[in-house]
Write a protein that binds this ligand. Structure first.
Ligand SMILES: *Cc1c(COP(=O)(O)O)cnc(C)c1O
Length: 378
């Protein structure tokens, strides 16, 4: 069926901020590449997913809860909030649950930003920040990056009376760069009280683990008592290997959380997610295995890039962004070999590819393919 739009101009009807949006480009699904290129045995290193998958305890909890699917989930997420409170020594009133932490990022913008406001974030920052800002019709103020990371001085300098929100990812995606405790503390002390700071810690578990070797990486939760304008967001999509379940959360001052919960859809987090994540939190052995695998994988890539003389950003996450030159072309060559990575031209990095850390075997296949492609191009 073809639907005629002659009678009305949809473009005129769309909200002004939404009109200029381009949809978020997710990593290509494995099945899509297999269909399009007639391939099998495709590997995906494009969405920072965990090659180990979730804790077996989480899978057991999911199976045990299948019979409950005819019921609405607990709209307040009581069991999960309790589990988080026990794990991090929080008060349940500080927590806002989201259908992935992207959901929470949107709730923050909806609850606090009007079309008259400005939202500040850095060049090369996560694509969801401009998306949630522009959807509201607010102005996105993008500050230049410094060495691929956030320039906190530039961000402070961009704050005006109209600024309501600053988004900072630590570590940042797609560059993997991170900010130290001292730098962030000094920044938070200078941010005026009419500005909320969102500290996006999607990769917290990787960056905070001593095995990753990140010096002076801060835990944002430590500042909540000092800075009531701080919101920390985290997710179960990355280190906990539950990206498909869609569950993340914000921790903030209880009054901030109260407003976030006013705009939240009553059942935004599903029943299986609530049950699975409560179980996943206590399986620290599984989490540790994933982190150790990631550390080894990062070393595998660093070594290969060093040997080839390729520039990359040392990463505090489960991905590495490398400068390959003609990235679009090399990406196409990788796709033909059944390897999905992430071109980051939309992040102002047209010569880079972001590669998620996979299993040792997947990493090897990706490195060998890159070698082959780069050698052929020489
Ligand atoms: C992956 C990621 C998220 C998490 O997204 P979910 O919605 O929780 O899956 C948030 N912020 C950044 C910077 C990310 O890279």
């Amino acid at each position: 069926m073809t639907i005629s739009t002659e009678q009305f101009d949809v473009c005129d009807l769309a909200a002004p901020g939404v009109r200029e949006l381009t949809p978020y480009q997710p990593g290509k699904p494995i099945e899509e590449l297999e269909r399009e290129y007639g391939l099998s045995d495709v590997i995906k290193l494009a969405s920072n997913e965990n090659p180990l998958g979730p804790s077996p305890d989480a899978l057991t909890a999911i199976r045990d809860n299948l019979a409950e699917l005819s019921r609405y989930p607990d709209g307040n997420g009581f069991i999960l909030k309790q589990a988080l409170c026990n794990h991090f020594d929080l008060d349940a009133a500080q927590i806002t649950l989201g259908n992935g932490s992207n959901d929470v990022l949107e709730l923050i913008a909806r609850a606090f930003v009007t079309p008259d406001n400005e939202v500040v974030f850095s060049q090369h920052a996560f694509a969801v920040y401009p998306l949630v800002t522009r959807a509201i019709g607010a102005r996105a103020v993008v500050t230049p990056a410094r060495a691929g990371g956030h320039d906190l001085e530039a961000i402070l300098g961009a704050i005006t009376d109209r600024t309501r929100l600053v988004f900072i990812a630590n570590p940042n995606n797609p560059t993997g760069t991170w900010l130290t405790r001292a730098a962030l503390q000094a920044f938070l002390e200078q941010v005026p009280p009419h500005v909320l700071v969102v500290l996006d810690e999607a990769y917290y578990e990787y960056a905070a683990d001593p095995a990753t070797g990140i010096a002076d990486y801060p835990d944002g939760l430590q500042w909540l008592a000092t800075f009531p304008n701080l919101i920390v967001t985290r997710t179960f999509s990355k280190a906990y290997g539950l990206a498909g379940l869609r569950i993340g959360y914000a921790v903030s001052h209880p009054e901030v959380a109260d407003y976030l919960n006013r705009v939240r859809q009553p059942f935004n987090v599903n029943h299986l997610a609530l049950a699975a994540v409560s179980a996943a939190l206590t399986d620290t052995a599984h989490l540790q295995r994933g982190i150790a695998l990631n550390v080894r994988g990062l070393q595998q890539y660093y070594q290969a890039f060093d040997q080839r003389g390729l520039d990359y950003f040392p990463s505090a996450g489960n991905f590495v962004t490398v400068r390959v030159g003609p990235a679009a072309e090399i990406n196409e060559q990788l796709l033909r070999r059944g390897i999905i990575v992430r071109p980051v031209a939309n992040y102002d990095l047209p010569e880079h590819l972001r590669i998620s850390i996979g299993s040792e075997k997947e990493n090897r296949r990706c490195i060998d393919a890159l070698d082959e492609i780069l050698q052929a191009g020489e």
